[in-house]
Write a protein that binds this ligand. Structure first.
Ligand code: BDP
Length: 648
């Protein structure tokens, strides 16, 4: 395959993309309400990877026109999941190019006949580039692997008797210097070493580039005049909670909106009308992170009812947490009180499913967070599923919401094409996650080479854009650049620093950590006078490997490294350090390399969620800090997450 042709297979998507969405309308989480129905298309889909030399056979032969099985052999592929680790084929694990998914469904007759109903197809996550057809008709395309996109397919399903309903999705996992995250296709051309046309995908980030339909694909209906988007911001004036709302309605200019705010007992505490307004809640229960307050994570429910003169009505409810967030020179304030991020970095990663959404894993992880006494995490290094954020709202876990801006190291990745896409990704991320009280800060990138000349303009623009989209939350990016060379740091609200002392340098020399960490914090603070989060630190440990005195990769070394960090963190958290996020919550898969023993082993839990020694160290520490900051007795340790009924 020639380089030119290979570029085509990625660009093709963008060429087809004339109808792709610039950001239009809202992206409310699809759910059943008295006016909306939902059909989840999870389960087994037909699947086929296009192994043709140019990877374009599926397009050339129009595989979307007929059932996929008629194009050739197909596999059963579970959705949600990554396709990579499902079969025994290394070729599929490492596949680069277009894969094809297809699923048939039966639609209720009323969906295809009631003309006062819209039918929407929503794909919650397709990594990386997706082209979608319904019954062979192209309906939507989307770039970016972690955020939802939709197609209004009403006309298509209501245009006559519907005998079949077939969704076909072609997904391409190729990364280029202009995608987020970026990557490069590298051709190996030495004929004595590689076969003709041999190429690999190079990436500058440290997790396996799992691909496929990672989250649910759903169909839902709304009336033809419908609530398209709701934006809520909150504030507090003494003991009065202020809930500001903006509602957009599509489909007609003639409608009425009624808004009611209900407390957890279902009692109406405030009412409003119209597209925008402010609700006042006397003696409001505030939303608190769960380790800070006796009544954590109090959620009100905003009920929005839209009616038209023709008696069409639409109904949507949104959980609302009333809270404030602010940053001073040395503190992060939630509801005016200093908040310390005692948390973790995570990955959406598991055996077999790869990055596929998985309820058991999710609830296990939240129970482990509670076991640990963690109050926060960063969505390293891409937006997590909406269900994760809904649980964080409910359980009171604070989130730094990170976009997929990871591995930005090439000069081209700081150019206008990349910047434009990065701005769009922030549009999509803020649109999706703006209403979650748990989200307290946006992170626009992880470890970009922010010392490169264009980085100053890039981050200035990106951060200003994000603040314009959401003036209520601070914005950061996570840096591993030297404090005096970082051209993006002047624009962030909170300095987030990653460091791997005595791991990626000074191997085995734990004795230098305290000095180096002290210098790190003092240098950053002196330069910027902004609060600092130790946003990553850690060491690989192979579970069950023991060495005393500690040696690298043993559980003892990981533990000792953490303890050295903790001594300095304890000093500096009295001043301006406002958080520590261990790298990583659990072991996770990476590309194969001599640096990685079947993946990254910096987890304090294994990939199967068994604790290493480090987990107990951190648990002891986090509960101690929690009890100090709560200022009273010890907190129950064994309780599982979730006592109230869970409705989205
Ligand atoms: C940091 C990256 C993270 C890596 C980690 C590591 O932000 O994604 O997994 O290093 O090397 O630099 O373990």
């Amino acid at each position: 395959m020639s380089p030119r042709r290979s570029v085509c297979w990625f660009v093709l998507g963008q060429l087809l993309c004339s109808c792709a969405l610039a950001l239009q309308g809202g992206m409310l989480f699809p759910k059943e309400t008295p006016s909306r129905e939902l059909k989840v298309l999870d389960g087994l889909w037909s699947f086929r990877a296009d192994y043709s030399n140019n990877r374009l056979q599926g397009f050339e032969k129009q595989w979307y026109r007929q059932p996929l099985r008629e194009s050739g052999p197909t596999l059963d592929m579970p959705v949600p999941s990554s396709f990579n680790d499902i079969t025994q084929e290394a070729e599929l694990r490492n596949f680069i190019g277009w894969v094809w998914y297809e699923r048939e469904a039966v639609l209720p007759q009323r969906w295809t006949q009631d003309t006062d109903r819209r039918v929407v197809l929503r794909i919650n996550s397709a990594h990386y580039y997706a082209v979608v057809w319904v019954n062979g008709i192209h309906v939507v395309e989307h770039e970016g692997g972690h955020l939802p996109f939709e197609a209004d397919i009403t006309k298509l399903v209501q245009s006559g008797p519907l005998t079949t309903f077939r969704v076909t999705i072609a997904i391409n996992n190729t990364l280029t210097p202009y995608t987020l995250p970026p990557g490069t296709i590298v051709y190996k051309t030495d004929p004595s070493m590689y076969p003709k046309g041999y190429f690999v995908q190079d990436i500058s980030f440290d997790f396996f580039n799992y691909a496929g339909l990672h989250r649910s694909v759903v169909l839902y209906t709304t009336p033809t005049t419908y609530i398209d988007d709701i934006t809520v911001t909150t504030d507090v004036d003494r003991d009065v909670g202020l809930v500001n709302y903006w509602i957009s309605v599509q489909g007609s200019d003639h409608f009425q909106l009624e808004v009611r705010l209900l407390d957890e007992d279902g009692k109406i505490v405030a009412r409003g009308t119209g597209n925008e307004g402010q609700l006042k809640v006397p003696r409001a229960h505030l939303w608190w992170p769960y380790l800070m307050h006796e009544h954590p994570a109090y959620l009100y429910s905003l009920e929005v009812t839209m009616t038209t003169p023709e008696s069409v009505s639409d109904f949507y409810t949104l959980p609302v947490g009333i809270r404030t967030v602010a940053v001073t020179k040395s503190k992060f304030l939630i509801n005016g009180k200093p908040f310390y991020f005692q948390g973790v970095n995570k990955h959406e990663d598991s055996d077999i499913r790869g990055r596929g959404f998985d309820w058991p894993l999710l609830i296990k992880d939240f129970n482990l967070l509670r076991w640990l006494g963690a109050n926060s995490f960063r969505t390293s290094h891409y937006p997590y599923s909406e269900e994760v954020l809904q649980l964080c709202d409910r359980y009171g876990i604070v989130v730094i919401d990170e976009c997929p801006g990871v591995g930005i190291v090439l000069p081209q990745s700081f150019g206008n094409v990349s910047l434009r896409h990065h701005l769009e990704v922030m549009d999509e991320l803020v649109r999706r996650d703006k209403n979650h009280p748990a989200v307290v800060m946006w992170s626009v990138a992880n470890e970009p080479v922010s010392s490169l000349k264009p980085a100053g303009y890039y981050f200035k623009t990106l951060i200003a854009h994000t603040k314009a989209l959401d003036p209520t939350r601070p914005v950061t990016f996570v840096s591993n650049t030297r404090y005096d060379a970082d051209l993006g740091a002047p624009y962030v609200d909170v300095i987030c620093v990653n460091s791997y002392l005595s791991w990626y340098h000074d191997y085995g020399h734990l004795e230098v950590i305290q000095l180096q960490l002290t210098s790190q914090f003092e240098n950053w603070y002196k330069m910027y006078q902004k609060p600092i989060i130790q946003s990553e630190y850690g060491a690989d440990a192979v579970s069950g490997l023991h060495e005393d005195p500690p040696r690298m990769f043993s559980e003892e070394y990981q533990t000792a490294l953490l303890e050295n960090y903790h001594l300095i963190l304890d000093e500096k958290r009295k001043e301006y350090v406002i958080g520590e996020l261990i790298w990583n919550f659990a072991d996770f898969m990476t590309n194969q390399s001599p640096l990685r023993v079947t993946g990254n082993k910096k987890g304090i839990f294994t990939r199967q969620r068994n604790p290493k020694m480090a987990a107990f160290i951190l648990r002891e520490r986090y509960w101690r800090i929690a009890n100090e900051t709560r200022g009273y007795g010890s907190v129950p340790r064994t309780q599982c997450m979730g006592s109230r009924p869970f409705t989205f």
